[in-house]
Structures are given as C-alpha cells and as structure tokens.
Design a protein around this ligand. Structure first.
Ligand SMILES: [Zn+2]
Length: 288
C-alpha cells in the first residue's frame, strides 16, 4: 500500500509516494512533471511525465524506469551502469571493483579474503536478486550546481559515488536520495560496497549549508526539522569516522579491521564495514 505526502509551493506541488518494501518515488508537478526515482515498483496513475531524474542507479530506485517512455537524466556513472547490456552485472562489477581498488595495496591481510566477503555480501543483499532490471537509454547527464526548472541539482556522493540530490529553494525541500535515511539509520547510509564515509561527510555538510526545512529521503517518511536532523546524522557520521581512525594501526591491518567490526557494532552489515575501507586505504597512503 502506498502512502502519499503532498507539499505545496507557490507554483508547484511535490508528492512523495512511500511504501515499506521499496524506495520512495517523488513527483514534482510544476512547469514540468518531473519524476524522481521511479522505484522498484511505481505507484499507479503516474503518466505524462516530462522528465525522469534519478538519485543513484541502485535497482530499488531505477528498475521501473522501463514502464516510462520519458527522457531520463542521471549522473555520468549511473548512465554507464544503466546503459550497459546488463545493469545488474555492470553494477556488480563496479561495486566489486571499488572493493578491489581499496584493498589492492594491502600486504599483511589477504585482499582475497575481503573480496570474497564482499562478493558474498553482494549476492545476499544486492542487485542480482532484482529481476526485470534492464538496460535503459539515458537522455543526458546532470551537473552539480546546475539549475533546471527552478530546481538546484547537487552532487551528493557518499552512499554511492553517483549520488545526486535535488533542492527546491522556494519550498526549502531537499530530495536527498539514500545519503540520509533519518528515521532508520543514525549515521549516513553507508550500506553499499562503494560507500565512502569522507564523501558522505562532504555531502552532509553541503546539505546543511542549504538550510532545508524538509528532506524527502530515498526511503521512509519525509523528514521535518531537516537542519536539526542533518546535524545529528553528521555528528554520528563524524563519530563513526573517529572510531574507525582510532582503531587504525598500519602495522596490523587485520587487527584494525577486527576493531572496526567492534566500532561499527551494532551495524553489523558487512557492507558498512567495507565502506570504511575507503577511509582506511586513504589513511595508509597518508601514513607513507
Ligand atoms: Zn541505494
């Protein structure tokens, strides 16, 4: 069952469609009818859509694009994945290669161990389980800072490197994608093998600088008192990063990883642990 939340600006209406088992679908009805993230399932009655914009390429946000003939706009990386002959395989290859990239310089820990953990995690949680996710044609890409129909386009990496957000300055509404799922996770959503905690901090600070009143996140209900919530999520994410760094011991990467597991408790998701590998990797490079 879909729950809808409507917001009214002077010259447009914004509707968030939410249900528990898929990502949020958002419709902006103004000068143009813009659909943001058609989702895994699409609510009924969405027609005459002028443009589709997506927040990131994950299948729970994009699988239903195939039901529309409207032009689709994305981040360039999302374009590469969605235009591949098989988006699930392209995403798998991308996410696993980001893990390989992070672990390639490890010497005292078997990178293979991490890679096989990542692979297992990937098959359990991710794209291959989503059926009917097919190649689509992308009309164009979106640029950070660009403005389209009175909507400001923002690059918001962190959950994934192709994260895009959309800010409606008149209504002070920010469509954030998965970087922040305020009601569900205290820190930024790092549950993807390509998540990066430093990028998430960059994005949260950028979001804060806009002083939004309402966030329409990638999952869950609208977030009111948005500035306060972003501050809290930023604080928790910084704390998490601090914990990860305090465990860092370049002499003993394996012990470091075991410490992370404790630091990240109770979020025992392997993907969350892997996301912090990016921070770890950077720390190794800096320590040389
Ligand atoms: Zn996602």
């Amino acid at each position: 069952m879909w729950h809808t939340y409507s917001f009214y600006g002077k010259r447009r209406k914004i509707i968030l469609f939410n249900r528990y088992d898929t990502a949020n679908v958002i419709l902006i009805e103004g000068e143009k009818r813009i659909l943001i993230d058609p989702g895994l399932k699409t609510p009924p009655g969405l027609n005459s859509i002028d443009e589709i914009w997506i927040t990131h390429c994950h299948p729970d946000h994009t699988r239903s694009i195939k039901h529309f003939s409207s032009p689709v706009y994305t981040h360039p990386l999302a374009r590469r994945i969605l235009e591949a002959s098989s988006p699930p395989l392209a995403l798998r290859e991308f996410e696993l290669s980001s893990v390989r990239e992070i672990t390639k310089n490890f010497t005292r820990i078997k990178a293979n161990t991490i890679n096989s953990m990542a692979e297992r995690c990937y098959w359990i949680f991710s794209a291959p389980l989503i059926t009917g996710w097919r190649r689509i044609k992308i009309k164009g890409t979106l640029e950070d800072g660009e403005e389209r129909y009175g909507i400001k386009i923002l690059y918001l990496p962190g959950h994934t490197p192709d994260g895009m957000g959309y800010f409606l300055p008149e209504e002070k509404i920010l469509i954030s994608g998965d970087i922040l799922i305020g009601s569900i996770i205290r820190h930024s959503n790092l549950y993807s093998p390509s998540s990066d905690i430093d990028q998430a901090i960059y994005s949260l600070e950028k979001m804060l600088s806009l002083s939004p009143s309402i966030i329409l996140p990638g999952h869950g209900r609208p977030v009111f008192n948005a500035t306060h919530i972003i501050k809290g999520v930023l604080r928790e994410t910084l704390r998490l990063r601090e914990k990860i760094f305090s465990c860092f011991n370049p002499e003993d990467p394996w012990e470091t990883i075991c410490c992370w597991q404790r630091a990240l408790h109770p979020s025992s998701s392997l993907a969350a642990r892997l996301s912090s590998l990016a921070v770890f990797y950077r720390a190794i490079l800096q320590s040389r």
